[in-house]
Design a protein around this ligand. Structure first.
Ligand SMILES: O=C(O)CCC(=O)N[C@@H](CCC(=O)O)C(=O)O
Ligand code: ZN
Length: 348
C-alpha cells in the first residue's frame, strides 16, 4: 500500500491522479496492527488486524467536488493512519466521492451526485454520466462494507458521516441534516457527538430523499448524517484550525478513544424541523432576497421569498428559516429547504 503511494504525495493525490478507476489491492498489513485495502479510486478501508472492532464507520467527502475542507480533513486522517501516527480500533471506510469534479474544482461535472442515491442513478436516463456511474459504485462500496461488518457479529454500530461544506455563509456555521427516519427515534448520543465535533445545529428532514446519507440511514439503519462543516473554499485555502474539534472527535471515534459525551441536552444544540422543501417548477424561479443572505435567516409569515411562473411563494408558518437557497438548480430539483424550530423531537 505504501509502495502504491510512493510517487504520489498522499492518498488524495493518488485519487485525483486516477479519477475514474484504480485496481483494487487486497488487505495489506501496516505497522503490524492494521489492514488496509484499496477498493477503487477514492475508496480505502482500514481495519484492526486483530479483528476486534464494534463499529463500521463510513467517512465520505467530495461528493460535491468544490467542497474541499472535508476532503482535506479526511486526507489528513488517512495520512496519519498510513504513516502510523494513528491506529484504528474500528473498521473505517473512507470515500472520496467525485474525483473528477474535485479535479475540475466544481460542485458537479454533469449532475448533482447527491440526488442520485437509493437507485436514482439508474432511473430516467440511466447510467449516462460519470456521476451516475460513480454513485452506483459508492452505493456498492457502502453495501459491501456494512455487509462485511455484519458478518463479524451482531450488535455492531453502523455510522455514515457524509461531509460537505455550504455554498453560503451560515448563521450556524456547522450543521447536520438528519435524514427522515419514520418510526425511529433520533439518537441523543449522535446529536451530542456532533455537538462535541463543533456541529451544534441539527435539521430533522421530513421526507425521503435521494442523498447519500439517506441511503445509508434507510437501507442499513446507520446513524447517518449529511454534515456541513462551514463554507466552501478552494483546495488549500481552508483554515484547518476551524475543524480541530471535528478532527479530534473523528479521531477518537475511529481510534476507539473515550468520546466523553455529555448526556443529551437540547439546550446545548439548535434543533430545526424541515417544514417543507420548495422545488423549482419554472425556469424563471427567483428568490426575493440577495445571494449573500445566510443560511438560517428567518422570514415572517406572509413574506414573499420567491417567485416562479408568475406566482409569489409566501412564508406559511409564523417564521420560516431558509437553508441551501439555490435558484440555479434544474427544473424539478430542490431550490430551498424551509425550517421551523423543532418542537419536542423524539430523541432517545
Ligand atoms: O450550500 C448549498 O446550497 C448546498 C450544500 C450541500 O451540498 N448540501 C447537501 C445537503 C444534502 C441533504 O439534504 O442531506 C446537498 O444539497 O446535497
Ligand atoms: Zn455538498
Amino acid at each position: 500500500m505504501l509502495n502504491l503511494l510512493q510517487g504520489c504525495k498522499d492518498f488524495l493525490h493518488l485519487t485525483l491522479s486516477n479519477p475514474d478507476h484504480l485496481d483494487p489491492i487486497a488487505p495489506v498489513l501496516i505497522h503490524q496492527h492494521t489492514l488496509v485495502s484499496l477498493w477503487d479510486t477514492g475508496a480505502l478501508v482500514f481495519e484492526p488486524a486483530d479483528g476486534k472492532s464494534q463499529k463500521d464507520i463510513v467517512l465520505s467527502s467530495g461528493v460535491h467536488g468544490n467542497e474541499t475542507a472535508p476532503i482535506e480533513l479526511c486526507n489528513g486522517l488517512i495520512q496519519d493512519l498510513l504513516e502510523g501516527r494513528l491506529q484504528v480500533k474500528e473498521r473505517v471506510l473512507f470515500l472520496i466521492g467525485n474525483p473528477a469534479a474535485i479535479n475540475n474544482g466544481t460542485r458537479i461535472v454533469d449532475e448533482n451526485m447527491n440526488r442520485l442515491f437509493s437507485g436514482e442513478h439508474s432511473r430516467g436516463p440511466g447510467l449516462s454520466n460519470p456521476e451516475r456511474i460513480r454513485a452506483k459504485k459508492l452505493e456498492a462500496y457502502v453495501t459491501r462494507f456494512f455487509q462485511e461488518g455484519a458478518a463479524k457479529g451482531e450488535g455492531r454500530q453502523r455510522i455514515h458521516y457524509d461531509l460537505h461544506t455550504a455554498i453560503r455563509g451560515s448563521r450556524h456555521e456547522k450543521f447536520a441534516i438528519y435524514p427522515y427516519r419514520p418510526g425511529r427515534a433520533f439518537s441523543g448520543e449522535q446529536i451530542m457527538f456532533l455537538a462535541a465535533s463543533g456541529v451544534d445545529t441539527v435539521l430533522f428532514h421530513h421526507e425521503p430523499t435521494t442523498t447519500f446519507s439517506y441511503f445509508s440511514s434507510e437501507l442499513f439503519r446507520a446513524d447517518a448524517f449529511t454534515i456541513e462543516l462551514g463554507k466552501v473554499y478552494p483546495m488549500g485555502q481552508n483554515d484547518m484550525s476551524k475543524f480541530a474539534s471535528t478532527r479530534e472527535m473523528f479521531k477518537r471515534l475511529i481510534c476507539g478513544e473515550p468520546l466523553e459525551l455529555a448526556p443529551f441536552d437540547e439546550t446545548q444544540v439548535n434543533l430545526y424541523q424541515v417544514c417543507r422543501v420548495i422545488n423549482k417548477e419554472a425556469e424563471d424561479f427567483e428568490f426575493t432576497f440577495s445571494t449573500d443572505v445566510e443560511n438560517f435567516t428567518a422570514f415572517p409569515r406572509g413574506h414573499v421569498i420567491a417567485r416562479q411562473g408568475g406566482k409569489d411563494i409566501l412564508v406559511e408558518q409564523e417564521t420560516e428559516a431558509v437553508v441551501f437557497p439555490n435558484a440555479k438548480v434544474p427544473v424539478g430539483q430542490r431550490t430551498v429547504i424551509m425550517l421551523v424550530p423543532a418542537a419536542n423531537p423524539h430523541v432517545e
